[in-house]
Write a protein that binds this ligand. Structure first.
Ligand code: OGA
Ligand code: NI
Length: 349
């Protein structure tokens, strides 16, 4: 009989047997389950970036600013990333997770400090309940510093992923400039706070799940980056917390989903909030998503922008290096702690 504990990855666990019940390590306590009937399908704003470089720029910047303060999440179209680049990225992600186990596991590690690693769930070193996700995490800027650590299979992995990363970076920089302006800062202010800049990416794979109402693909969390630019396939799963209620972000082909993450909350001195989001799974279809986490380089010193600190609105956070934040994030248990709390100005005095 196949022993379920032999598989490191869910991908191999589900392919090795016909599973009808969720293994116990994935089952959430009753009070923490997704409650799928109680999710709304209101949409998040969809912003057309076509006019970002024309005479109507200020209108688009204003819309972005409103989406950042009201939702912390929005979708973008006419973003300039070619359809073929997107299609190749999605195909390579699917092909990667279809590789034989021994090939895929070449980069396996549960050590979050590894810059290229295949893993499962969220952080198996700190969590008590596992999540129904396998993922490959890579660092991708500057590309030439990391590309030799990336998988060599499927054949075109490095070419397609490098091309995608360059496009995703271009889009991220445009968004960061617009967000900076929307805060009343110089367009290049935020970019200048990021040191040499960094870009990480995940290939997320959520296999079909035998009992999706008992578990998550990813439990509610905030991203530790500056902003996240997410590419998702046509299978729903992502949900965002808005006014205390979970809202499903149903896929719109060839759009990206952008969210404010922790470093933007700090730089904006709480004007823009890093938003809780989660992923639910389903029993029918696998789901693939590819988030780009745009972030500061480890040495960058992050803190509230002085222009956004006043007597009435004093600095909410102290200064810290991104390396310090990164380390803390991967050492907490996601479900119980908000990493931002450890960097409050009041916590250090
Ligand atoms: C993440 C994330 C969303 C998704 O990887 O941090 O929130 O749809 N992913 O997979
Ligand atoms: Ni996330």
């Amino acid at each position: 009989m196949a022993s379920i504990t032999k598989s490191l990855m869910i991908t191999d666990l589900v392919s090795s047997e016909k599973m009808e019940q969720l293994p116990s390590q994935y089952i959430r306590p009753l009070s923490q389950r997704p409650n799928l009937q109680d999710v709304s399908h209101d949409s998040i704003p969809l912003i057309d970036l076509h006019d970002l470089h024309g005479p109507n720029r200020s209108h688009v910047v204003h819309e972005i600013g409103r989406a950042c303060s009201e939702y912390g999440f929005f979708q973008v179209k006419n973003h300039g990333v070619p359809d073929s680049t997107i299609a190749n990225m999605m195909q390579i992600a699917r092909d990667f997770f279809s590789l034989p186990e021994e090939e895929r596991l070449k980069t396996y590690s549960d050590d979050p400090s590894k810059t290229t690693r295949l893993s499962t769930s969220f952080n198996i070193r700190t969590e008590k309940v596992a999540s129904w996700r396998d993922y490959l995490r890579i660092h991708c800027y500057p590309v030439q510093d990391h590309i030799n650590d990336w998988p060599t299979k499927p054949e075109s992995f490095r070419d397609h992923v490098a091309e995608y990363c360059r496009s995703a970076r271009g889009l991220s920089l445009q968004l960061i400039e617009a967000i900076s302006e929307s805060l009343g800062l110089e367009g290049d202010y935020i970019s200048k706070q990021l040191g040499k800049h960094a870009q990480h990416m995940a290939l997320n794979y959520y296999p079909p799940c035998p009992q999706p109402d008992l578990t998550y693909g990813l439990p509610g969390h905030k991203d530790l980056s500056l902003i996240t630019v997410l590419l998702q396939d046509e299978v729903p799963g992502l949900q965002v917390l808005k006014n205390g209620k979970w809202v499903a972000v149903d896929p719109v082909p060839n759009t990206f989903i952008v969210n404010i993450a922790d470093q933007m909350q700090v730089l904006s001195n709480d004007k823009y909030k890093s938003v809780l989001h989660r992923v639910v799974v389903n029993s029918q279809k696998e789901r693939v998503s590819v988030p780009t986490f745009y972030c500061p380089s480890p040495d960058a010193v992050i803190g509230p922008a002085p222009a956004l600190v006043t007597d009435e609105e004093p600095a909410v956070y102290r200064q810290f290096t991104y390396a310090e934040y990164y380390k803390k994030f991967w050492n907490i248990e996601l479900a119980n702690e908000d990493c931002l709390d450890a960097f409050k100005a009041s916590a250090s005095s």
